[in-house]
Write a protein of this length. Structure first.
Length: 315
C-alpha cells in the first residue's frame, strides 16, 4: 500500500544520519514504498480554516555524506496526507504549541498524527511522570525558591531541571551546602516566576540513563544505557554520554506496564522512557531518539515496527 507520510522536523540538512531517529523512520517508510513529505514548522500555515504546508518530497539514502534529495515540491492540505510524524525537537515553546494546534486541524480531517497533538500539549516530558509516582524517586515541581531549597535540605543530593528543554540543557546537581544554590535557583526560576522540577539524585546514573522505546505501549526488548562522561552526571548523548545497549530488566518491564495503558489511551504511539536504576525519570514523547543505536547494536528495525503500527491504524 502506497501511503503519503508527512514529517515535521528540524532542518534535515543538519542532522547526524548515524544517530537521527527521524531519519530511521523515513528510511523505513521509504522501504515500504511510501511517499515522504518533509516540512519544518515555518512551512505550516492555515488558510480558510485549512492547515496546509509547503512540503518537499524526499528521496533518502543511508549515506553519511549525501543522505537526501528533493524530488518535488508541493503545497498541500495536510488532510491529503495519510499520516504526519511530529518530530520537531524542543524547546517546547509557543511556536511548538502553535504547530500542535495546526496539526489538530489535520487530525480532525482524518490524518493520523504521531504523536497525537493534544497529547503533545498535555504530557509535558518532565511533568508526565507525576502520573506514575509509584515508579519515581521523590520529586517536587515548584517555582518557589524557598520550597525548592527545603526539598534540597530534605533529600541532600538533588537534580534540578527546567520543564521545557532537552538534551541535558540547564540541569544542575545540587546539595544544601552548594555556595551557588541561591543563584542557581534565582536563574532557573527567574526569581520565583518559572516552575522547575527537583528530583532526588539517583547514584545509579553511573551505570547509565536507560532509554526504553515503546511502540503503541509495547517496549522494544533492549534499551540504550547512556553512560555519563567522566566528571558528568548527565546521561545525555549530546552531553558526551556513551550509549551501551542493555536488555530490559523485570523492573524496566514493570515500569513499562504502568505507563503503557496511559500512553495508549492518549494516542501516544511512540514514546521513550528514561529510567535510572530502578526509577522512571522522564517520558519523552516529542521526538524520542536512540533508534539508530539500538538498530545497529541488536540488528533491529524499530522504524519498520513503527511504520507497521501506523499502517495498521490506517487499515
Amino acid at each position: 500500500m502506497t501511503l503519503k507520510l508527512g514529517i515535521v522536523m528540524d532542518p534535515i540538512e543538519h542532522i547526524n544520519v548515524a544517530k537521527d531517529s527521524s531519519f530511521a523512520m523515513m528510511l523505513a517508510a521509504q522501504r515500504r514504498g511510501w511517499e515522504i513529505y518533509y516540512m519544518n514548522q515555518r512551512h505550516l500555515y492555515s488558510e480558510g480554516g485549512v492547515t496546509r504546508a509547503t512540503t518537499r518530497v524526499l528521496r533518502l539514502s543511508d549515506n553519511a555524506s549525501d543522505w537526501f534529495s528533493i524530488v518535488g515540491e508541493q503545497d498541500i492540505a495536510l488532510a491529503e496526507l495519510d499520516a504526519v510524524l511530529m518530530r520537531k525537537d524542543p524547546p517546547f515553546d509557543i511556536e511548538y504549541i502553535t504547530t500542535t494546534w495546526l496539526l489538530d486541524s489535520a487530525e480532525r480531517n482524518g490524518t493520523l498524527v504521531v504523536n497525537k497533538p493534544a497529547s503533545l500539549r498535555d504530557a509535558n516530558e518532565k511533568l508526565f511522570i507525576t502520573c506514575f509516582p509509584q515508579c519515581c524517586v521523590p520529586m517536587l515541581v515548584s517555582g518557589e525558591p524557598s520550597r525548592i531549597r527545603h526539598f534540597v535540605a530534605q533529600h541532600q543530593d538533588v537534580i534540578l531541571k527546567p520543564l521545557d528543554s532537552m538534551g541535558g540543557h540547564s540541569i544542575f546537581r545540587v546539595q544544601p551546602d552548594n555556595q551557588n544554590l541561591s543563584v542557581i535557583l534565582e536563574l532557573m526560576t527567574l526569581g520565583g516566576h518559572k516552575t522547575i522540577m527537583a528530583q532526588r539524585f539517583i547514584p545509579e546514573i553511573n551505570a547509565g540513563d536507560k532509554r526504553i522505546l515503546l511502540i503503541d505501549g509495547e517496549p522494544v526488548p533492549f534499551a540504550l544505557a547512556r553512560v555519563p562522561a567522566a566528571g558528568e552526571t548527565r546521561g545525555n548523548l549530546v552531553a558526551g554520554a556513551t550509549g551501551v545497549g542493555v536488555a530490559l530488566t523485570e523492573r524496566d518491564l514493570w515500569i513499562c506496564s504502568q505507563v503503557a495503558p496511559v500512553l495508549r489511551e492518549m494516542g501516544i504511539l511512540f514514546a521513550g522512557l528514561d529510567v535510572i536504576g530502578e526509577y522512571l525519570t522522564e517520558i519523552n514523547i516529542t521526538s524520542p531518539t536512540c533508534i539508530r543505536e539500538l538498530d545497529h547494536q541488536y540488528d533491529l528495525d524499530i522504524g519498520a515496527q513503527l511504520m507497521a503500527c501506523i499502517e495498521s491504524r490506517l487499515g
